[in-house]
Design a protein around this ligand. Sequence first.
Ligand code: ATP
Length: 238
Amino acid sequence: MTDPLLTVDAVEVRYGAALALAGLSLTVAEGSVLAVVGPNGAGKSSLARVLGGLVRPTAGTIRFAGRDVTGWGAHRARQAGLVHLPEGRGVFTGLTVAENLRMAAAIVPRSERADAVGRAYTLFPVLAERRRQLAGSLSGGEQQMISLARGLIVSPRVLVADEMSLGLAPKMVDVVFEGLSEARGAGVTIVLIEQYVHRALAFADHCVVLHRGAAAWSGPVAEATDDVLARFLGTSAA
Ligand SMILES: Nc1ncnc2c1ncn2[C@@H]1O[C@H](COP(=O)(O)OP(=O)(O)OP(=O)(O)O)[C@@H](O)[C@H]1O
């Protein structure tokens, strides 16, 4: 069996006295999609942040592509191909759409930048139409497309997508999933944190249910039955 692309081993994240991840362990195989679900405060965003290098774990290790990346900052993780798409979009609202994409492309070799931005416009034609508009003037869904495009521009090996559909109209959620689908088609491994549990499970290969910073259940999505979801997430999610 090949080694997982991503391994989280006994990772702990604390914010002062608050324990957000309590020794979480999981693995993600290359090219697969892992759905991370769980009730509010379970630690989903903390997992996304620690993978993306935005917070340092207080214990445990993270391995990515055969390397120990524990404590790497966001920039280094991103350059290595471990890209976090933050909840709340991470878009520079005072810059134009084109400037947002060019900034993301800054870590791609100069000769490949124009192509990388061009691919983003092909994937999200609405961004091409609005390339000269300030990102802040776009709708929430369109801003989410900028976020996803910024992530895809750097040809990531792993995308950590945190609540990309939060606050979006259903049509825009479809667009986000189309973008994720393109990424997956290109071989990108995805860690998907998603409020629409069934939508996430329909897209993913594996699922982990977080509860109080630890894995309460994990397995292939086919085994994440409504009974399992009801047991760990309450009936509202199932
Ligand atoms: N910056 C912070 N300072 C203090 N405590 C925090 C901070 N961020 C998160 N926490 C706490 O850590 C725990 C895990 O939070 P986290 O945001 O990772 O959960 P979540 O599963 O993403 O929740 P939600 O679904 O509500 O976004 C919670 O108890 C939360 O209150």
